[in-house]
Design a protein around this ligand. Structure first.
Ligand SMILES: Cc1cc2nc3c(=O)[nH]c(=O)nc-3n(C[C@H](O)[C@H](O)[C@H](O)COP(=O)(O)OP(=O)(O)OC[C@H]3O[C@@H](n4cnc5c(N)ncnc54)[C@H](O)[C@@H]3O)c2cc1C
Length: 404
């Protein structure tokens, strides 16, 4: 099979009738398609992904590749333990180097409330069976001697967390899904969905083609609002521009991905030696959350991330940034994703709202959603992520370990 076909193609022939149309060729759509084709062959027969641009054009090709089990909520901790376990075997399964490296995540707390959060989280991790441990400042310094720990009250470290390089991850899912019969059409947008009397949809494509699909997955991340609005579905997610940069490559010195809890600064060293760093930056005051995805890079980000990074790791003042870019977070008001049938549209399945952690969750989410589609078997997280919870007033406690 040619590379053009395995990574999708603008010429891929789409059947007129589908059992499942997946809109969006990011990591979520691809992981679901791959898991469905691999784990449940024949259960859902005619499956196609339609992607507006190229496969890593969305958040899935623009993220930091961080994978962690360190969450505040036991459901997220267990899910991420499963996802990282899947990642251990994924390179072999997908037959592609994912640059998966388990160097751990090191969270630093500099305030009393941060310290309380880490203590509480470590107790939750212990219950789930995740080996996070609390470290004194001097122990954190032993792990990363370049840190300034003079303000650090406590740190939390899980050696099993890690990082991957996002692009081969996406390409691997695509190639393996295509090899199992999933059609991947790129550079084609789904412009509208029209409900059909049998409960399915007719999709109108930017090429003028029309497709009928019994079920549709909206895996368009920060763009999901567009598909939903066309059907009158109101969900409260909205896009947020998140910026990130990578430096010139340096000799490897940094094992864990380090997070400064108070500023939301994170940084890691890629397998290629670059320091990859980002920070939580709220939208500028007065900006009304818009439904338009806005990309671009700002000096505001560069100065904020540089100041925060040098404070935590003073040698960073010598660091030369090489590339700066941004991508869209798909923000959900309670920090939980939206996965499942849409309000009043049971055959339109949302898989969106993953904020800044959809990449790491995709292996487990793809497996769980594929199982549910093929067998009807649910999962505690699917109940929790029910997109109808906003309409029904069942919003959940906000996860307090959302970074970035
Ligand atoms: C800078 C940055 C850093 C991040 N860091 C991390 C991290 O370290 N770890 C982590 O786990 N997560 C991280 N994330 C979040 C993570 O990248 C996302 O949660 C995840 O990639 C979402 O995947 P997705 O498939 O849902 O969306 P996307 O990858 O955005 O895919 C959606 C796709 O839908 C397509 N599309 C949109 N509209 C249409 C249409 N009408 N028709 C057809 N196709 C359409 C888009 O072109 C796009 O390719 C980060 C995000 C950013 C921006």
């Amino acid at each position: 099979m040619s590379t053009a076909t395995t990574l999708g193609s603008r010429d891929a022939k789409l059947p007129d009738e589908l059992d499942l149309l997946i809109i969006g060729g990011g990591v979520m759509g691809l992981s679901i398609a791959y898991n469905l084709a691999r784990n449940h062959p024949g259960a859902v027969k005619r499956v196609a992904i339609v992607e507006r641009s190229y496969l890593v054009s969305g958040a899935s090709g623009r993220n930091g590749g961080g994978l962690r089990m360190q969450w505040g909520d036991a459901g997220n901790v267990a899910l991420m333990r499963e996802s990282i376990e899947l990642c251990r075997h994924l390179a072999q399964e997908l037959n592609i180097n994912l640059w998966f490296r388990q160097g751990g995540y090191l969270f630093l707390a500099r305030t009393e409330s941060g310290e309380r959060r880490l203590h509480r989280n470590v107790a939750v991790h212990e219950q789930v069976g995740v080996p996070t441990r609390l470290l004194a400042a001097r122990e954190a310094l032993e792990l990363v001697p370049q840190l300034d720990v003079s303000e650090v009250r406590v740190a939390a470290y899980n050696p099993e967390d890690g990082v991957v390089f996002p692009w081969p991850f996406v390409w691997g899912y695509a190639a393996q899904a295509a090899a199992r019969g999933v059609v991947i059409r790129t550079h084609t947008s789904v412009d509208a969905l029209e409900p059909q009397p049998d409960g399915g949809y007719q999709a109108r494509l930017s090429t003028g083609e029309r497709l009928r699909a019994a079920r549709v997955i909206n895996a368009t991340g920060a763009w999901s609002v567009g598909i939903n609005r066309g059907l009158g579905i109101e969900l409260p997610n909205h896009p947020h521009r998140h910026e990130i940069l990578s430096s010139e490559p340096l000799k490897p010195f940094l094992d864990p991905l380090v997070v400064d809890l108070e500023t939301g600064l994170y940084f890691s060293q890629s397998t290629r030696g670059e320091i990859v760093t980002g920070i939580t930056l709220p939208d500028p005051p007065g900006l009304v959350p818009s439904h338009q995805v806005e990309l671009g890079s700002s000096l505001r980000f560069l100065s904020n991330v540089a100041r925060a990074l040098i404070r935590v790791m003073p040698i960073a003042k010598h660091l030369e940034p090489l590339r700066q870019w941004s991508g869209p977070y798909d923000m959900s008001p309670d920090g939980d994703a939206m996965v499942g049938p849409s309000p009043d549209h049971p055959q339109l399945i949302q898989v969106c709202g993953f904020t800044g952690h959809g990449f790491m969750m995709a292996p487990a989410v793809g497996r769980m959603v594929a199982r549910w589609l093929a067998t009807g078997e649910s999962h505690a997280m699917l109940q929790r992520w029910d997109p109808c919870r906003f309409r029904d007033g069942r919003m959940l406690r906000r996860e307090d370990m959302i970074i970035g």
